[in-house]
Each structure stands twice: as C-alpha cells, then as structure tokens.
Design a protein. Sequence first.
Length: 561
Amino acid sequence: MKNNLLLIGAALTLSSCSMVAGPATQDVTVIGVNDLHGNLLPTSFRVPDPADRSKTLTVQAGGIEAIGGVLDEARKANPNTIFVGVGDMTGASPLVSALLRDEPTIKALSDLGMAVNVVGNHEFDYGVQELARFQKGGCNSNAPEKACVFDKTFAGAGFTYLAANVKNSAGQNVLPAYKIVQSGKARIAFVGAVLQATPTVVSPSGVAGLKFEEEAASINAVIPAIKAQKPDAIIALVHQGGTAKDAFDVVDCKTLSGDIVKIAQTLDPAVGAIMTGHTHRGYNCTVAGPDGAPRPVIQGDAYGHLLQRLDLQVDTRAHKLLAVKASNVVVNAATGPKNAAMTALVKRAQEMTDPLAKRQVATLGAEQITRTANAAGESPLGRVIADAQLAAASSPDKGGAVIAFMNPGGIRADLPVNVPNASKGVTYGDVFTVQPFGNVMMVVSLTGAQVKEALEQQFDNPAPGQNRILQVSRGLTYTWDAAKPKGEKVSDLKLGGVALDPAATYRVTMNNFLADGGDGFTVFAKGTERLGGAVDLDALQEYLKAGTVTPDDAARITKLN
C-alpha cells in the first residue's frame, strides 16, 4: 500500500511539473486602423485587379459602419480581439466629422471598443489642451468651433492616447508611453511613438512647449518597465511609416523604404511586431531587428480603406509570443457587413451636417480633378488650388501676389471625393474634404533668390516616395534635375516667361502653415511685409464658382533624370 501511494505521489508530481512546464497558448487578434482622419463615410480606393494585377479596380472602401462590420466578424471568430489606432484618428477630417469637432469619430471608435491609439501629428492640430479634452471629455475647448456639438455632453475617448516620445518643457511625458491590455488570459503591451518631425508638419501653436524625441530610443527606454510586468507580447504602434514597391497584399515584402526602416532595425527585439502609420500607404513587410530576426512591419491604407491585422499566438504561462501573422484587410463598404450602431451614428452626424455638406457650389468641366502627381511632382488639382490662391490674393488690396505655392500634403482628396460623377457637380462637402484645415492665406515679399532657395528645400531629405513638390500657380515655371546635388537642382526659373531676378522682390501667397516654415520650408518664414487674407477653403470655393474649371495638364514643372 505504501508503494502504491509513493507511485501515486510520483505521478502527481510529474503531472504538476508537466503543467508548469507546458505552454498555455492563446490566440489574440489585433486589428488596427491608421490615418482615419475622421472619415466616417467610405471613399474611393484602388485595389489590384485579381484577373490582372497590372491593373486596378476602384471600390468604395472604409467608413465606420464597414470598419465596425469587420470588427464584428473578427470578434465572432475570436472573442480575444483588440482594436487599436495607429495615429491621426482625427484632424484633416471631412465635414461630417470636422464640423462636429471630430466628436462623432471619437465616440465611434470608443463605441467600437478601441483600446489604445498612439497620437499622430494631426492629434496636435488644436494643441495639447484640446487633445486633453479629447481624452478626458468635457466642453471647454480652445478650438475656434464650439465643443459638445454632437452631444450635449462629450464623454471623451474610451481609449487611451499613447506617446513615449512627447515631453513637456520639464522633460515629463505628456501622455502614457504604453498600456497593457487584457484579452482573455492574455496580456498584450502596446507602446507608442509619433514621428519625431511632428513640429515640422503641424502649425507651431499646436506643439508649443513640447519636445518630440527619437522614436526608437524613446520606445526602447520603457521596454524594461514593460517587461517587468510580464506581458505575453509587446507590439509597437509607431506613427511614422514608409513606402513599398510591393502591393499591400504581398505578405512579408522586402521592398520597404523610408524612416520606419531605421526605427524597425533599432527597436528592442522584445517588440514582436510594428504597426505603423503617417504615410497613408498599405504594406505588409518584414524588417530585421537588432538581433537579425525579421519581424512584421505593417501599415493599412488611410481613411479606413485597409485595416492592419496581427494574429498572435502567445504563451500566457511563459509570457512569450510564439507566433505572429500579419495581413491587411480591405474594408469593402459595398459588399462587407455593417455595424448597426455605427449606421445610426453616421446617420445622426449626416443629419447635422448634410444641409451644408450637400450644397452644390460649382460644376466642373470633368467628372473629377485628381491630386495624383505626375513624375515632376505636380497634380491637376494642385495647379487648380495654386491658381485659386493666386486669384484670391492678386489684387493690390489683397496683397498683389504674383506667385502662389501650395503644399501637396494639404490636398487631402480628389475633387470631388467620389466618382462616378456624371453631373460633374461639386459640393461644399467635397471642397471642405479637399482643404479641411481652415488655413489663412498669407502674402509675403520674397526675393527671387529666396524663391529659388525655397524650391531647393523641396529636396531636403524627403522620405522615399514622399512628394514635397510645391504646387505652383500659372505663369511660374522651372526645371529640376534629380541628378544634380542639393542646392543646385532647380534651374530655368521663370515668371511669365521671364527669368526670375534673384535681387528683385516678388509678392508670394501661400497658406499660413507654409508661411510659418511648415514642411521644412524655412525660407518662407523669412518673408517680409506680411498680409493676411482669405481662408484657403473660401479661396478655392470662390475660384470654382467663378467658372467651369477643367483639369490643367500643361506642365509648369519639368523634371530631368
């Protein structure tokens, strides 16, 4: 009997050891959206044609109803699904969200169960005080529009804004660096950073008093604190990205370039995958970390067209990431499921904004004027906007401008947003979606030498695939040569066919963002005799009203090599 008891005890001991040593695996799905920019409604999106991948098909994609539908399906398949944001959920938004202070977008994401969102540069559009209101709720707003316009009270975000690399003047974190999210038995840590160059791409007032530190170093600095809490996986949310030659549905692509590559190469090996944003381009690549092991670096397309998805398998006993699979999910608004609560939310937002949004303001000479840039960097819509701004500031009492410049990053959509458009009509909502920032036009005096210097700044360290070519008004022409060294790329600069005189002074108009040196165009900040003018949105609207505008394909900029 004693021997039997010993055998039973030995068996129990072996069983207990086996239980301790063996894995306790759990599958966790992480779904992320990047660069939503308040796009509650679907918009046009081009996807590869499955019958011929050299061609594309245009589908209606995105929209919060369809995003909710994708999440509903994912949660049915795996209740342990975590929804996250990779920055720029708000800001530069269409009228349906922007007119309501982006409150419906924050409510929608909260109601869909978003857990965390790393701040993007556009979360700072109205400054830290307004960002704090977005987090905590309330109706005290430093923005020009009245707050609490969607609801009588604004509850704030149900998710947590993150940023490991944003510090105040005292060197303290403005936002939490990370958050550990419980999903079933699994604990997933999300750590975030926004692009270090944020101060160069937002208005100075939005980031006054803030310091933006290097992304990878800031994340790596908090990894020990995260690891001490024994999460089962660590995922980095980085609002900085790149571009890839491969399409978004090519898995484990090796063609990624841009600022995110160095970040990915430097991030601590404890980070199991990197979800990215900012460049609005979908890709699904791998980049080797400092230990030489490849890991996923993924980004969805902007406006909710593509959602990033990570399928994780974790060991909740050993606190270890066992496997990760990355994919991009097309949010097909025409054929995919819809979330009923989001349908009701969108309907209410539209009822509040449609009287203004649907008002027709002009008729075009074509179905659509696109913002797609040619090889030289200019687009038909860019030319139209530059011409509109010149028209608004050319009279002597408006500043006497003879040149207009428009930053391509400020052109947020094609005009109109969606096709087909058989009537060729343009609504106020379309114009607002193209230029949603409400920038004020400025006229400044610059010498011909300064104009050339500003054009040379277009080529100061742009990210691969990034278009920083300023859109120029009618009459200004020049050539740029990619093979020439920095500072010598621009030549044959003329106004009305006459070479610009380096010593002469010219009146130049642009939005206040550029005039303050935004996007790295520091020369513009040196402009003198400043005069404020119309809001850029109004300038474009008045120009469209004045006559039937057609796409202008005549080259103003010529590219060599």
